[in-house]
Design a protein around this ligand. Sequence first.
Ligand SMILES: [Zn+2]
Ligand SMILES: [Zn+2]
Length: 641
Amino acid sequence: MIKITLPDGSVKEFKSGVTGHEIALSISEGLARNVLSAKVNGEVWDSSRPIHEDADVQLLTWNDEDGKATFWHSSAHLMAEALEAMYPGVKFWVGPAVENGFYYDVDFGGQSFSSDDFEKIEKKMLELAREKNEYLRKEISKADAVAYFEEKGDEYKLDLIERLEDGDITLYTQGGFTDLCRGPHVPHTGIIKAVKLTNVAGAYWKGDENNKQLTRLYGVSFPKQKELKEYLERVEEAKKRDHRKLGKELELFTFSEKVGMGLPLWLPKGTILRERLENFMRRAQIKAGYDPVVSPHIGSKQLYVTSGHYEKYGEDSFQPINTPSEGEEFLLKPMNCPHHCEIYKARPKSYRDLPVRFAEFGTVYRYEQSGELHGLTRVRGFTQDDAHIFCRPDQVKDEFIKVIDLVLYTFKALGFENYTAQVSLRDPENKSKYIGDDELWDKAEREIQEAADERNLVTVRELGEAAFYGPKLDFMVKDALGRSWQLGTIQVDYNLPERFELEYTGADNQKHRPVMIHRAPFGSMERFVALLIEHCGGDFPLWLAPEQLTILPISEKYQDYAEELSMILSEKDIRGSVDNRDEKIGRKIRDAEVNKTPFMLIVGESEAKDRTVSVRRHGQGDLGSMSINDFIDHFSKESAI
Ligand SMILES: [Zn+2]
Ligand SMILES: [Zn+2]
């Protein structure tokens, strides 16, 4: 008998040789049907593979990342089986699971292939899936493996075998297809119910451009037809919400090759949106006790030598700026922190002065390769909603709680309801890697967790994920399409106070080092606006919308009333414009809907006479007639944060 420990801590006894599938069966038949693979002592195995010693076992289903990976990798085998049946002599390199599906690198040996062939391959895959062929694992000697693939004339698999140890080689066969693979795979092909090939691209063998170019064929698969349908809908929706597309349509920002790649230009509407966000954060920060500061866009090279940034990034980023005077060198600011350290030093500090919190919407510049640039999410110049808190070690926990509150307030105001937090800690086995006092680290790590717990955050703890200079807390936010974005990092830093020799005078009249905390709830204005556009699909919360309403006179006769209305509303800080075009009212309404303008106020004869407005709300339709004051009340209620 052997002891199997399940994730909930329960221990069950089984005969040696028990499989993941049998363990699942002992729990329920439903579970057994859904088990795709099993994690045995940390390694993912076929659910049909016998276990011969005491082990920790986690049964993996579609709901586990590792289970999904098993499913998708098995689908790559199924695709290879279909291809081998349809394109005789085709050869395969590697076929891993990836973030959203799987791919296989294929040598078609000169046979023509294009995305027009996707459909018939999908059909063949499903036909083979319905045969419910088992994925059979076979251990094989190196000599036998070489003989098998030499016979087949497959130089790719022979290349892989060369690097494998004898005794560590397995083949998997499903139906008529055999592949060299270490596994694991799902029990049989019948589990794969829906398949979609998504992309085809060239890929050099082993990523080396001197090698032959193979065809990389991407696909995705699901255990239910319904899930494929939902997936395709999400892909469609993501395309519609792409911030680059909406940014252009809604006239928020643009790029110009003449200005330079990766350097966004904010158009008037985008600027209003961005300023609204900045003002929101400014107000929240003033309430939370921050002091605004401003620092220049460049700094002496020596500043970044002191901070360590030059040593770390100097070679791979923008190069120093030289001046006509000899020996002067400046760098574009890659980080605001060094400037803020010098601001801290402007005046001597006592323990009673701390904490100090310096906030700046600081624009920084970092070189990104042109191929890495992407809309507003990867740019070469961006503005952080940055702040640095300098505090005593006994204030770290309180400061963390305050920053967590600020981050959560931001998420709430912007409609992000789905988030988790990650606490990144030291690698306890390797403490010498980290700078700073051992006791301080222990205390800070404990207090970050306590701060998160006090605010009921769901956290995961990651050992070894801390920076060398301090532990941190990151938020992972899910957008409306379920995609994860990292936001709102709060980072403890023991390094910069040391490098800049920051001090305060303690109650004991001795000099002490403050602790520095970096934080930026939005991260950067650019990336955050991109996220916001994609999260709300351009339908911004009312308080943020660049144009909150448009006034639509039915004809020229009511233009004066429309203009007067516009003045009254703008005095109430309600932003909008009058659509004076000589167009039919139906057309004006359609255009306002396309622009996602939240409110449309239609004015004609009776409105002008009674001093009312006829109100339409984007996404809701007609709200009827209201007096001007009633509309202002209605608007204020909805736009309150
Ligand atoms: Zn495999
Ligand atoms: Zn910083």
